[in-house]
Design a protein around this ligand. Structure first.
Ligand SMILES: C[S@@+](CC[C@H](N)C(=O)[O-])C[C@H]1O[C@@H](n2cnc3c(N)ncnc32)[C@H](O)[C@@H]1O
Length: 243
């Protein structure tokens, strides 16, 4: 009987071997994509949905998930990897004038597009860096990474979560989803779809002051699982607690 760690080592080796054999490195470079894309014509396909209708449906689904976690019309929310405004469009109708929405993305064209799309005074958009959030002074009740850690490597993901912990208001929540690969030592794939061993991510977050709670699991047909986490600040000590 092979131990879990041996299984993971073997699986990681097999995946690396497969990449070498096939030469497959289909890197997704969002910054380059945005610079060549006509967002006025189609702003949904580039962030995933095949149709505008599906984009609008997902917008409401994602809003509902946050409401279930406690989002109110007065919440202050930072949407990292805001893309073309899938979540912003639902929040545009949901937040009242006491709420605040801040979107951030590495794609400057996406940020410009969102600025032209959403004109409310309590909505703003910023260009961010791969492992750094914009230099914001306010604190947020919600910091959301929807379908972002599926495109970042583990060290980048951990750096972004540490950044987020700095911007959380007391009692605030970081929400994030990721593709899980529990049989792989660390991670698998490239920016088109990064799958991570959740235990590895939790180790990278040790000492960050963030506590992780797994709140939902969705199966991806033939492709494992998408995990949804909520991270909150530990009150008393500075170590990562995992429930
Ligand atoms: C699959 S899209 C999801 C967009 C949006 N969150 C949604 O749910 O429709 C991924 C987005 O994350 C952005 N992104 C990728 N890495 C990022 C990073 N390190 N920091 C901020 N945004 C990032 C991409 O530019 C892209 O807009």
């Amino acid at each position: 009987m092979l131990s879990n760690s041996t299984l993971r080592r073997l699986a990681s080796r097999a995946v690396r071997g497969l990449h070498r054999l096939t030469g497959r490195r289909a890197e997704v470079d969002y910054r380059r994509w945005y610079s060549t894309w006509d967002l006025q014509r189609d702003y949904w396909t580039i962030v995933g949905p095949a149709t505008k209708e599906e984009y609008e449906r997902l917008s409401l689904v994602k809003l509902k998930l946050l409401i279930d976690l406690g989002l109110t019309p007065q919440s202050r929310l930072l949407d990292v990897g805001c893309g073309t405004g899938l979540l912003a469009s639902a929040l545009h109708d949901f937040l009242d004038e006491r709420g605040e929405y801040v979107g951030a993305d590495i794609g400057s064209e996406a940020v410009e597009f969102c600025r032209s799309r959403f004109g409310r005074p309590n909505f703003s958009f910023h260009v961010s860096e791969m492992t750094k959030l914009p230099p914001l002074i306010q604190r947020f009740d919600f910091i959301v990474f929807y379908s972002v850690f599926t495109h970042t490597y583990p060290l980048e993901t951990a750096a972004l979560l540490r950044e987020a912990s700095r911007l959380l208001a007391p009692g605030g929540v970081v929400f994030a989803d990721l593709f899980a690969a529990p049989l792989i030592e660390e991670y698998n794939g490239d920016r088109s779809a990064v799958e991570i061993n959740p235990d590895y991510l939790m180790r990278l977050l040790e000492g960050s002051g963030l506590k992780a709670d797994l709140i939902d699991i969705q199966s991806r047909p033939r492709l494992g699982q998408r995990l949804f986490y909520q991270f909150t600040l530990c009150r008393s000590d500075n170590r990562l607690g995992i429930d």
